[in-house]
Design a protein around this ligand. Sequence first.
Ligand SMILES: *Cc1c(COP(=O)(O)O)cnc(C)c1O
Length: 224
Amino acid sequence: MTKIIENLARIEPKIAAVNPQQPVTIIAVTKAVSVERTQEAIAAGVTHLGENRPEGLLRKQEAINEATWHYIGTLQTRKVRQIINTIDYLHSLDRMSLAEEINKRATKVVKCFVQVNVSEEDSKHGLPVSEVIPFIKQLADMDKIEVVGLMTMAPLHAQEHEIRTVFRGLKDVQQQIKALQLPYAPCTELSMGMSNDYVIAIEEGATYVRIGTALVGSESEGMQ
Ligand SMILES: *Cc1c(COP(=O)(O)O)cnc(C)c1O
């Protein structure tokens, strides 16, 4: 596999070329790689790590101290307790029962992205666009939840213009929520863009990109 430091040296200039003024945080998605490869990412200067399963997250956390942890996968309500106080960001808040469990189990405020299914594909998790604002309004009394932004995934095999439409749709709702000036939902951030579409996502305003394969690769050892 290519060295992570080389991958990073290819990715960072592409990000900066879009708009050097736009702050973009790269989250290295390490779900498909080993602890060793994750340590290589840290050594290469990556500071934000993303995992999509509780087991994988906890395994990486055991070996790595200094990182900002992002949980990017679907989170089952019964698994909230295992991980909620070990992460810095949750990218997959998509239902009231999950919000309630987080509010019950968290010992500090959790920075959350509400996951939106902009393309409304059946296979995807996340709220349809029309339900996002009503959902966020319902979070008003949950003192452990801060909605820092919105997250989406573009359809996998879509054409560029379709992907762009999805990212634009997410930004549009994000701006509407931000304008509401809810103290618990500043909603200034956009988590969108993966290995194949992060440049498009940044062009459409992404502030967090979640990059797995193009940055750390994938290896069967880390698969679960
Ligand atoms: C796996 C995953 C990624 C990274 O995907 P790549 O195509 O490998 O970059 C990003 N976001 C989520 C939610 C994922 O599950």
